[in-house]
Design a protein around this ligand. Structure first.
Ligand SMILES: *Cc1c(COP(=O)(O)O)cnc(C)c1O
Length: 377
């Protein structure tokens, strides 16, 4: 039995009739652009997350970029973030002209350490950009308090943490802007690309809507009568498209169930692997992890990955090595040893299969293989 990290056809089969109907509805409507699906999805997604405003955009990367632009962050500004994240987090900072500054992680949570962030604040710091790694929310309470004290903006990269909670409040309810991705393998996957920026500030939402839609008011274009073009700002064309919005609307009603399935699978892993010589994820108290990834740490990670592969179990290295060790970021001048806690984690991490494309029996198979390879006779 092979166990994979993703299985899009199998996941589609679970929601086929709703997805097929959504696609047919958009095609039959004839409104392939500026239709009703995007604003309807924005309202439903905002409601699901308990936040007043959702701006639906082309990707998680776009969400991060328009959030930074809408907050006025650009050349001369520094943004404090982490090096154990997707390249998109720092690319967004780079492409608005700002400078990323890496701070260390809390090694248990594996997210931005508030004390390290505080130490990294300087005269040019404009924002904190914590990442909710693997579905574990960063310490948003402490980070927002720190930001308020220094007059900084907070942009939260929650691309891996849809549905996660802190003190019973979903991520999205803490930062100035919280960014999500609908890449196919994320919690809520499109059939292409998608993303969203959530905020409770209506003015910020309107700026992000314009920045991602040619600098024009989107609402003007939702009316069917002809209106003169009016570009109020410069703007990109990085909106979510109607088909993806319809597909995401079809999938949203199952999202809570799918997150629960991830929690059950993670619970099974943690109970079954407890006795092994692995560092298991340990969710922070007061948070409800949403388990986009189940990531263990082991000193002999590469051998372990090879052994799993040999047994038909797919694993991944999200995100290893740390970003400052990639060629694109060498210009930062940080070499190995610059971020010891981040490097220790990223050098040892290994992601195991998890998600609603799997049955609990397949998680049990991964566990059985793990026991066998960790305890050779
Ligand atoms: C997926 C992801 C992104 C980028 O999202 P895209 O939709 O692929 O652009 C950014 N940050 C993190 C942490 C992610 O996991």
């Amino acid at each position: 039995m092979k166990v994979g990290l993703t299985d899009h056809p199998r996941l589609y089969a679970r929601q086929k009739s709703a997805i097929d109907a959504a696609i047919a509805r958009v095609i039959a409507s004839g409104r392939l652009d500026w239709g009703e699906e995007v604003p309807a999805f924005e309202a439903e997604f905002a409601n699901w997350n308990g936040v007043s405003q959702t701006v639906a955009v082309h990707s998680g990367t776009t969400a991060l970029k328009v959030a930074l632009l809408a907050l006025g962050i650009g050349p001369g500004d520094e943004v404090i973030t982490v090096a154990n994240t997707d390249i998109s987090t720092v690319s967004a900072i780079h492409f608005v002209g700002a400078t990323a500054v890496f701070a260390e992680i809390d090694p248990t949570r594996r997210t931005l350490d508030p004390a390290a962030a505080a130490a990294a604040i300087g005269p040019r710091t404009a924002a904190l950009l914590p990442v909710d790694l693997y579905g574990q929310p960063a310490d948003m309470i402490a980070l927002c308090r720190l930001a308020r004290r220094h007059g900084l903006a907070v942009i939260e990269d929650a691309c891996l943490a849809l549905g996660a909670e802190i003190d019973g409040v979903k991520v999205g309810g803490f930062a100035d802007v919280t960014c999500f991705s609908f890449a196919p393998s994320k919690h809520l996957g499109s059939f292409g690309s998608g993303g969203a920026a959530l905020t409770s500030h209506a003015d910020l939402a309107e700026r992000m809507r314009k920045l991602s839609a040619y600098g024009q008011s989107r609402t003007r274009h939702y009316v069917s009568s002809p209106t003169e073009l009016c570009h109020e700002t410069y703007g990109l064309n990085e909106r979510l498209d109607e088909l993806q919005a319809a597909i995401l609307r079809a999938r949203l009603p199952d999202l809570a169930t799918f997150v629960s399935e991830r929690r059950a699978q993670a619970g099974y892993y943690s109970r079954s692997l407890e006795m092994e010589s692995l560092m298991l994820p340990s969710p922070a108290a007061s948070t409800n992890h949403s388990w986009r990834n189940y990531v263990i740490e082991a000193p002999n990670r590469d051998q372990l990955a090879a052994d799993f592969h040999h047994e038909g179990i797919a694993t991944n290295l999200t995100y290893s090595p740390a970003l400052h060790l990639h060629p694109a970021l060498l210009e930062m001048g940080l070499s190995r040893g610059a971020l010891p806690l981040t490097e220790a984690s990223t050098d040892r991490l290994l992601g195991l299969p998890i998600g609603p494309h799997l049955e609990l029996a397949e998680i049990a198979r991964v566990v059985e293989v793990a026991h066998r390879i960790l305890n050779p006779r």
